[in-house]
Ligand binder design. Sequence first.
Ligand code: SF4
Length: 387
Amino acid sequence: MFPIPSSILRALRAAVRRHLLPWFAKNARDLPWRAEPRPPYAVWISEIMLQQTRVDTVVPYFRRFLARFPDPASLAAAPLQDVLKLWEGLGYYSRARQIHKAAKILVRDHGGRLPSDPEALAALPGLGPYATAAIASFAFGLPLAVLDGNVIRVFSRLLALPDDVGLPATKKKLQQLADALLLRDRPAATNEAWMELGALVCTPRNPRCSECPLRRACRAAKTPNPEAFPHKKKKMKVPHKVVGAAVILNAKNQILVAQRNPEKGMLAGLWEFPGGKIAEGETMPQCIARELKEEMGLDIEVGPHLVTVHHAYSHFTIELHAHFARIRSGRPRHLECAGHAWTTRDRFGDFPFSKADHEIIRALRDLPAAPRLRDCFPPDGIRKTAP
Ligand code: SF4
């Protein structure tokens, strides 16, 4: 397929100008980050939020974020915890940590503004080739072509591409195609039009070829099943992890929460109900007791089950079993966590938690009354009321 014959390239370029851009002008969604003028800061935040995340999900987060942090200076001055709190539920929390870091760099090195130089942009934390091209073209009108999942899908269908789009070599060639099809006089519109076509018409399932402005130029549309493109090697089965978490109550019926290390690992800096992954041959109470020993130096008694949460991350799924627990001996230490706090079910909003931990919070709030130590661990061993 590559190199693409120049006659096909010419036809595609003509179709972009004649059909794709007019279609985009008519059908572009009215999104808050597209409002003119488009401050580079708003473009940056929206592009980071939109990575791996649906537009509908991002809109309210984007509005809240811009209202709270209207510029790099306000973002840089905020504690990371406040940034994570606003990001809560959006997932991929490393993005929040990176924009916080990047905002500090903008204030320190760039006068509190996004640089227009693509090299300086690419040097900021969290900006890969896609985000750099998107910001450079949308915010500064520079002729850099973007290649995201939507664009890859549209291109592979236009060409009925037999190559595996998961391979770096194929991506490199598709990037060259995007570069060749970019209209230098309208780089932002060309980029956004491809992305919008992929999001609204050339969708992963059931592409709407009859409404597509490029149907005449499209090779996949002439096949019985355009949806068969792009070709991609099947993914390996995602691993499944079984995890335990402790909802530890103290004598004041407060609940212990721990902060994950803010410097490393998934969900870094978020708060959680402490626990961890089950080891081979362990029961769930044994797992939770061992994890609390390792993580916080606590000797605990594990009590009644509260809830089991199922959650899917991008590379694995988890089954999280939350149990009530109480401390037999020891004080919380930060052996494998960054901090701890005793709180109540009405004050969980003070901390940023992951989605899975929010399910535990929901289960606690669904209880008829706040859980009490003596109900979970009655002196006579017989629980008389629901914890
Ligand atoms: S004609 Fe169909 S398959 Fe081809 S680009 Fe348009 S929507 Fe996608």
